[in-house]
Write a protein that binds this ligand. Sequence first.
Ligand SMILES: [Zn+2]
Ligand SMILES: [Zn+2]
Length: 357
Amino acid sequence: MRYVAKEFYLVKPFKFVAKERIIENVPEKFLLLKPIIAGICGSEILYFKGEKEPEKLRARLPMCLLHEGVAEIIEAGKGTRLKVGSKVVVNPMIPCGKCDPCKNGKENLCQNAKYMAATANGLARTLFLYPEERVIPIPEEVEVEVAALTEPFSIALNAFEEANISAEESVTIIGDGPVGYLVTLVASHVGGIPPERLYMIGIVDEKLSLVRDFASTINSAEEPTKLSRLYGTIDVSFEAVGGRAHKITIREAIDLLKPGGRCILIGISKGEVPVEISRIVNKGLTFKGSTRSRMEHYIKVLELLRPAEIQSKVRRIISEKKFIIRSEEDLAEAFRYADTEMGEARTKPGRVMVYFP
Ligand SMILES: [Zn+2]
Ligand SMILES: [Zn+2]
């Protein structure tokens, strides 16, 4: 068979260019995949806007973005088990398999991993080849659109596990974006933390309101007193904002935590962030980074997603506005919309999803 894949490369900030690639054979243990739905992640907006470190932009562009999504199997190479026509979640990471973290079951910490839309081309392509062992079939009960959020869900699940939370502890999630929402959902659904000890902190009421039936909320811009009443009372705080907000959110986490409390950092930012170290020392706080996730998390998420009730909760963070991608301009429009600083996603909740026809 001979296939012509269209690939959408970010060549420089704000500029996508489409290129064609001929695919003539599917190697052993590989699948030919056609992306169906993908979510636009905040980390990709940083590339789109040129807000990554200049040396990273120089080394990594041109690159196809998008790393959260589902695809259909178009053709399967020799030695594969999955059937043509089935739909799969793509694990965007291919770990090296040789380093210490990889050998010790911590593939998410592999520093030589290929990760889509960071160190490898992502899903912004009409067809691509991928090893079968890095995809997970979607259970029949799970809607494909919801399954497209497996990657951010798996990251939330890993971050939650890193915190080692017991059911009596109090938890805050700083960040009202999709990852903040998913960590809050995991804390409630998996961790069993009741709403009176589970707070989502953000700045957009419409986004905060999505957790209303399973967590408490605080709008830190509009309810500073409500926020300060929590100071020094929280066992575990998650930072799920990153970017320029890091200056404020890290201080917020230090304020919120009780002595001996711990903070899990999920958001990323460029360069250094000023931190008042002596307050961390005096309160005996632990700050721990959490990055990416492992294959086991993807498998667990797809199991968690089987009941319709949890799927409907995950569905809440799918943006109402949808983008069908036929051209590079369609993709650029979706990215402009998804920018939470300048685009409409600033006030509109939900992961912005793109659909490949
Ligand atoms: Zn992501
Ligand atoms: Zn490795």
